[in-house]
Design a protein around this ligand. Structure first.
Ligand SMILES: [Ca+2]
Length: 171
């Protein structure tokens, strides 16, 4: 087995890869490919995981699209346990008001909870939160065990319309 870390560098994919034994280039490439397709990873427009981002999950092998071509500055692997995801959403800040326990992709525009969420607690998994029902607009990734008491901190108060768990890979 090997370990691998990825450093965010301006407009450069930089992999530092430490194989347990000298590996031929072909195996190195296949190890990196397997790593990048066995867990979701997120490509960000700016360094330090900020700006616009794209989520790549298992099966989405086509590299970055035109949208992000030459714009990626940092990469983050999502290594959280993504099985049996669960997030609790709250109507008000500090986990108050009406609460909803969500375990699957949910379009809030179909119910009475659209554009009201102000805080959350992630019990399990990693969640993609979206401003609009079709997944567009502002987006935010909530990580496992993350408690976010006030959406105003990310300028997202009363805007959540769609969310879904990131899908685990098969590895
Ligand atoms: Ca609210």
């Amino acid at each position: 087995s090997s370990c691998c870390s990825i450093y965010p560098l301006q407009k450069v994919f930089c992999f530092t890869f430490f194989p347990s034994s000298p590996a031929p280039l072909q195996r190195f490439v296949s190890d990196v490919k397997r790593l990048l397709t066995s867990v979701p990873w997120v490509a960000y427009e700016h360094i330090n995981y900020t700006g616009w981002f794209l989520v790549f999950e298992e099966g989405e092998h086509s590299f970055v699209g035109k949208e992000m071509n030459d714009k990626i500055s940092s990469l983050r692997l999502i290594t959280d346990d993504l099985h049996n995801p669960q997030i609790t959403l709250y109507e008000h800040i500090n986990y108050e008001g009406k609460s909803m326990v969500i375990r699957q992709a949910t379009d809030l525009t179909r119910g009475s909870s659209n554009d009201i969420v102000s805080s959350h607690k992630v019990q399990r998994g990693a969640w993609l939160l979206c401003e609009h029902g079709d997944g567009s607009g502002f987006r935010y990734i909530a990580r496992e065990h993350e408690n976010l008491p006030n959406y105003k901190a990310i300028n997202f108060n009363d805007k959540l319309s769609f969310l879904r768990p990131l899908r685990p890979g098969k590895a």
